[in-house]
Design a protein around this ligand. Sequence first.
Ligand code: GSH
Length: 310
Amino acid sequence: MSGLILHHYDGSPYSEKIRAIFGYKQLPWRSVITPALLPKPDLVALTGGYRKAPVLQLGRDIYCDTRLMVRLLDRLHPEPPLQPAHLKASCRAFASLEQTLFFATVPNAFQPAGLKFLAEQLGPEVMPRFSEDRKLLFSGGQCQRPNPAFAKLNFLPLYNTLDTQLAATPYLLGETPTLADFICYHNAWFILHNPGIAASFDPFRHLRAWAERMRALGHGRPEPMSSEQALETARRSTQDQPFDGPLLEPEGLKLGQRVSVNATDYGCDPVTGTLVHASVFEVAVKRHDVRTGEVIVHFPREDFRVSAAE
Ligand SMILES: N[C@@H](CCC(=O)N[C@@H](CS)C(=O)NCC(=O)O)C(=O)O
C-alpha cells in the first residue's frame, strides 16, 4: 500500500485530476468520500479549516491544493513523470490556463441540460443548499464565482484550441501524457461524463479521442476507507514526510511562529498553526486537533497568503 489517502467526491473535477494521475502512475490509494458542501467536520479536523476538494493525506501529513499534490506524487513515484525536465515551463504555462478553463467549463453543467445529471450525482438534498454554499466559498477571495456569461464567451474558443493542438499529437505535449493533459482533462471530463451536455464536444473529434485515451488510464487501485479510519491513521502516524525545497522564510516570519495560511482565490478559510517549513514551493504548519493529534498541513506557496496569527 502506498499510504496515499485521497479525500474527494465523485463529481469534483479537481479530484478527477488526481484520480487520473493515480491511474497514469498505477498507484494504489485509499478513497475517502467527503461532502460536496460544508459542513465537512472530518476533513476540517485534518486541515484545520481548508475545505476544498481534494485533500491528500499521507499519515499525518495533509496536502491541500492539487498543485502541491502533483509535486508530491512526482517525488514519491517519479515514473512516469508528470513534468519531464524539458517540458517544465510548458506544463507551468498550462497550469496558468487551468482556472480559466475551469471557470469556462463549470457553469455549463448548471444550464438546464446539465442540471439533471448534476442533481442526480450530488444528491437531491445537496442542490437546494448548493448556491448558498458556493456564495460562501467565493466570499472574501480574489475570484468571482464562475458565471455563465464568462463560460459562454470562452468555452468554445478554449476547447477549439485544444482540439486543434490534439490533431497533431496524441497528448498535448507529445507522445505521452504530461501534467498539461491532466490539467485540461479534468475540465473536459466534467462535460463528457454529464450526458446532458457531453454533446457540446461533438465538434471536437481530436479532443474526444484524447479524452478517451485519458479516461482509459483509469484511476489506479482505490480501496474505500472511512473518514474515521483516516483520522485514526493521522493519529497513529509517527513518520513525517520530507519538506519540499530549501527553507525560504516568508517575509518577516520565522519558523516556530504562529501563522495563518489561506488561499487567496476562493475557499479562503484560514488555517492556523506553527510555521514548520516554507520554501518557494510550499508552506507547512503544524497544528493539533483532538481527533487527529498533531498534523502537518502543507499548502502551495503560490497564491497562498501567510501572515502572523493574531
Ligand atoms: N486550486 C484548487 C482548486 C480546488 C477546487 O476548486 N475544488 C472544488 C471542487 S472541484 C471545490 O473545492 N469546491 C468546493 C467544495 O467542494 O467544497 C486545487 O488545485 O486543488
